[in-house]
Design a protein around this ligand. Structure first.
Ligand SMILES: Cc1cc2nc3c(=O)[nH]c(=O)nc-3n(C[C@H](O)[C@H](O)[C@H](O)COP(=O)(O)OP(=O)(O)OC[C@H]3O[C@@H](n4cnc5c(N)ncnc54)[C@H](O)[C@@H]3O)c2cc1C
Length: 500
């Protein structure tokens, strides 16, 4: 195991993609075995030393940023142990990068759908944050693909949990503690927000699986060392488009119709009433007018004067390609899309160009932020279907009256948009944070979530309070203490330490 105590040698490990300032630690450990992690945690319990788990540090909420003690990096757990074509499963070390997993899976003709766009992240990190992305509209989040986990508990016990093996009963879950005994914890009882994506706090509900407790636990309930994943067959073809609208209301109607049609197809498929044909988008992404203006600096072919655009993708097979092409065209015509100026792709090359367009937007946003010498203030909220229209109108009117530059884009199929405020000076930055707080309150009022995919980390723990209130935070703290009685692991992540 590599151990470094000279901070100059591990300064990269003191920050993540959130740019959270002030990270510090006494040492970096780079273990190669679960046993080494177990010893680090046992020693840390004895000495009361804080431990922060570090993946690839692509997280955006400061979860991997340490403020004391020891950093444990999973980078040496980087082997793909197996990919089984027949059972469509994979077993990987937690430190395997998403890029390496995707490459290996693709070469077997299989597909791993969770895609947080930043492929340098580690699978352990994506499990710990329950990462998702644009294709979550069809496939769900990382949680839906985790079958099994090997975990080193905060007290040092090494355990393995498979889906279905340990499930809560009467509000409590009992799992082995890895040292010959048992760990019993009460499951939080907060009502889940009525949204399709949520990464806020420990999992709740009846019959909670131990796997689901670790997924999304943001480095606070254990160190994940190995992950068993579910894979799916690689889609044989796809049909996609970036379609422009001159009226926002038409765009929203189109999204509504495409989403409803997709849910209808899935329902029929689940009931065995369809053969596989039917509109079923794998992603529905939104760009507002200001996003198009910003990105047209890099893509001058973007038509002028548009109210917004939608990027959609549908998986196809040889048998249903034409039928689906017609079905999408009918929806576009019904909703007055600017078909003449829109872009469609059937080849992998065209599709790649569309993905580049989608990816170029957050890059352009980051460049603008750097140019302004400010930090981006970006939302990750999602709201229930019924509240989406009013949420968007509320946000747009606040943004317009503020005079602060902004763009809105993201996963509109899941009612989950990233609103990016781009303040140009300190005064605007203060106003932007105030507006952000209003959006949080409105999303919570509508029964939504303050974080649909990036997690809570250290930066958003105060919003977890806004969402759940004291009672449910106390329940989460109780669960955390059952796993980590000395409070050493992932300190400051998710739950404000004052509750512990
Ligand atoms: C440009 C960009 C775009 C992004 N887009 C998306 C997106 O569309 N959707 C989305 O969901 N996310 C997105 N993300 C953020 C996403 O959360 C991370 O990319 C990823 O999930 C975290 O993986 P990581 O290995 O970098 O973890 P880190 O950032 O290192 O850690 C994240 C958290 O997980 C914990 N952790 C890490 N590894 C382990 C482990 N083995 N065991 C226990 N705890 C662990 C850490 O302590 C920390 O709390 C984006 C990030 C960037 C930079």
């Amino acid at each position: 195991m590599i151990v470094k105590t000279d901070k100059n040698e591990f300064s990269d490990y003191l920050a993540d993609a959130s740019n959270m300032q002030g990270g510090s630690a006494e040492r970096l450990c780079v273990p190669e075995t679960a046993e080494e992690i177990s010893s680090i945690l046992k020693e840390s319990n004895a000495s009361g030393t804080h431990v922060t788990v570090s993946g690839a540090r692509t997280g955006t909420v400061g979860g991997a940023v340490p403020f004391a003690g020891t950093i444990v990096s999973l980078e040496k757990f980087d082997s793909i142990k197996s990919i089984n074509k027949e059972s469509m499963t994979a077993v990987v070390g937690a430190g395997v990068s998403l890029a390496d997993l995707q490459k290996a899976v693709e070469s077997e003709g299989l597909y791993y759908p969770p895609d947080p766009t930043e492929w340098s992240c580690q699978i352990g990190g994506t499990v710990a944050t329950n990462a998702s992305g644009s294709r979550s509209f069809k496939y769900g989040s990382t949680r839906d693909f985790v079958n099994r986990l090997k975990v080193v508990l905060p007290t040092g016990g090494m355990i393995e949990v498979a889906r279905g093996e340990y499930v809560s009963r009467d509000g409590h879950i009992t799992i082995p503690n890895g040292e010959g005994g048992k760990l019993k914890a009460r499951i939080p009882t907060y009502p889940k927000p009525n949204v399709r994506k949520n990464t806020c706090g420990y999992f709740s509900g009846e019959d909670v699986d131990a796997v689901d407790l670790f997924v999304g636990s943001e480095g606070t309930l254990g160190v994940i060392t190995e992950v068993g994943l579910r894979l799916v067959p690689r889609p044989s073809g796809s049909l996609s488009g970036i379609v422009f609208f001159s009226q926002e209301s038409d765009l929203l109607d189109f999204v509504n119709e495409a989403a409803k049609a997709s849910f209808g197809t899935r329902k029929r498929l689940a009931e065995g009433k369809a053969e596989g044909a039917g509109v079923d988008a794998s992603l529905i992404e939104y760009f507002d007018r200001k996003s198009l203006e910003l990105i047209s600096e890099k893509f001058p072919e973007v038509p002028e004067g548009m109210a917004g655009a939608v990027f959609f993708e549908q998986e196809t097979s040889e048998n249903n390609e034409d039928e689906l092409f017609d079905a999408w065209n009918i929806m576009l015509e019904n909703n007055d899309a600017e078909i003449e100026t829109s872009w469609f792709a059937v080849s992998e090359q065209d599709l790649q160009k569309m993905r580049e367009f989608r990816h170029a937007l957050p890059v352009a946003v980051n460049e603008r932020v750097v140019r302004n010498g400010q930090r981006k203030i970006g939302t990750d909220m999602a709201v229930p279907d019924a509240g989406f229209g009013s949420f968007l109108r509320y946000c747009e009117s606040r943004l317009e009256s503020s005079g602060i530059e902004y763009v809105i884009f993201g996963h509109i199929g899941d009612n989950h948009l990233h609103i990016n405020l781009l303040p140009k000076d300190d005064e605007e930055a203060v106003a932007a944070r105030h507006i952000y707080g209003r959006f949080i309150a409105y999303a919570v009022m509508l029964g939504g979530t303050v974080s649909a995919e990036h997690g809570i980390g250290k930066l958003k723990s105060k919003y977890l309070y806004v969402m759940y209130g004291e009672r449910y935070l106390n329940e989460m703290a109780e669960l955390k203490k059952a796993f980590d009685p000395n409070g050493i692991l992932g300190v400051g992540n998710m739950i404000d330490p004052k509750y512990l």
